[in-house]
Design a protein around this ligand. Structure first.
Ligand code: GLC
Length: 400
């Protein structure tokens, strides 16, 4: 039977977070938010969004783009008010290896398929990467994350690249109005239906959150870029993954909780104990589900392992998922405390992303920790289609 070696056992025990550790992380997170907002050195970028909270009464038909990472989705969306909407037409394509301009050209041509030719339409664009923004319709990409590298976009304004592509495609009738992070998109979709919305988060391939913050006397939706949160105690395998990643030293939290990385952490740990047949990043986080569910274990990635071995591997998968949920919950606790240190106000938390939507262990653990340590939670909800609908709502908000 497969035996875990001392290094893996050590990492597994380091991954169990005690109450004290969870609360200490929440405290450090809250402090990092304060420092970031004050413009001081912080691992949190704290980017204000230039968008107001929706009332739920926004109406009209809009074009929406969702540039998340693996896929790009385009849509024609009708907002009907009262929190209701309809996706009229949609299309998507996988991000391919090419120059930035070619990707934007493909985005324009896909968009053409879902819109009515010549009909003027306002567009909202979700761009799920860290960017610098001085107005709602501008986004200068600071750097790529989630192991994506498309040449010719860093340092550029993505709205300008999009406008150029639309012009070349003869689509001057499409008017880009707003560009926003996917957490902000999720927040808008959530708040469109839920007045108590305070926090929105993505727990998917990448990880990040936004929340309502008081800045310069005004309540604004602020994108934390919390995937970059540091300092966190890393295990030997976290350090190994970080050293081999595209951006060593960056996105430390995301590398412990993001779907892009959990499968790879699993691979690094299990390869230390068995002759692993897997290539780097070959194990996807979805594959780990097979190890968590006893009925699905045998289907785990073409591995000649006995049922007992699979139980042992399941320990690694469980520990990784549980730690991801505890760390994520700790950041929400930090946000809730920042938003109201007297802890008297209640906020609802909206979450989009495959990890939350499809991994029951992750969702359960996250809910459990949040409710156990905070009395401020008005509800925790999955927000499907969060970012792309948010793009349409953002376009509507700019028409006010
Ligand atoms: C990465 C990006 C961030 C995005 C998150 C979720 O962390 O830097 O902007 O919100 O992934 O997609």
């Amino acid at each position: 039977m497969l035996r875990l070696n001392d290094a893996v056992e050590k990492a597994l025990s380091e991954m169990i977070l005690t109450s004290e550790q969870i609360l200490a992380i929440a405290g450090r997170f809250c402090l990092a938010m304060r420092e970031g907002l004050a413009g001081r050195e912080s691992s949190l970028k704290m980017r204000p969004s230039y968008l107001d909270k929706p009332t739920g009464q926004e109406t009209g038909t809009y074009a929406a783009i969702d540039f998340g990472g693996t896929n790009i989705r385009v849509m024609r969306v009708k907002l009907m008010g009262g929190g209701r909407y309809e996706i009229e037409r949609a299309s998507s394509f996988k991000v391919f290896h090419a120059e930035g301009r070619q990707i934007f050209a493909k985005m324009a041509s896909e968009l053409k398929k879902v819109l009515v030719p010549g009909e003027p339409i306002a567009l909202g664009h979700v761009f799920s990467f860290p960017f610098q923004q001085n107005q709602v319709n501008q986004a200068i990409l600071l750097h790529w994350t989630k192991e994506i590298k498309i040449p010719g976009v860093e340092g550029e304004d993505v709205t300008r690249l999009l406008k150029e592509a639309l012009e070349i495609e003869g689509m001057g009738y499409v008017i880009p109005r707003a560009v926003l992070n996917d957490t902000v998109g999720t927040y808008l979709t959530f708040a469109y239906q839920e007045p108590a919305a305070g926090i929105a988060s993505i727990c998917g391939t990448g990880h990040n959150s936004c929340c309502l913050c008081l800045t310069a006397g005004q309540e604004r939706i602020v994108n934390l870029e919390s995937g970059n949160f540091d300092p966190l105690t890393q295990t030997h395998y976290d350090r190994l993954l970080d050293e081999q990643a595209e951006t060593p030293g960056q996105q430390r939290l995301e590398k412990m909780v993001g779907g892009r990385y959990l499968g790879e952490l699993f691979r690094l740990m299990s390869s230390d104990c068995l002759d692993s047949p897997w290539q780097a990043y070959e194990i996807r986080t979805e594959d780990l589900m097979g190890l968590l569910d006893p009925r699905a274990r045998q289907s785990f990635k073409a591995l000649k392992a006995t049922p007992e071995d699979l139980v042992v591997l399941g320990r690694i998968a469980r520990a990784l998922i549980k730690r991801a949920a505890c760390l994520t919950a700790a950041t929400y606790l930090g946000m809730l405390h920042y938003m109201d240190p007297t802890e008297g106000r209640h906020y609802a938390v909206g979450i989009d992303g495959s990890l939350y939507q499809h991994n029951a262990l992750f969702a359960e653990q996250l809910n459990y920790i949040l409710r156990r340590y905070s009395r401020q939670v008005a509800g925790i909800h999955g927000v499907g289609q969060g970012s792309v609908l948010g793009a349409a709502i953002a376009a509507a908000l700019t028409m006010r």
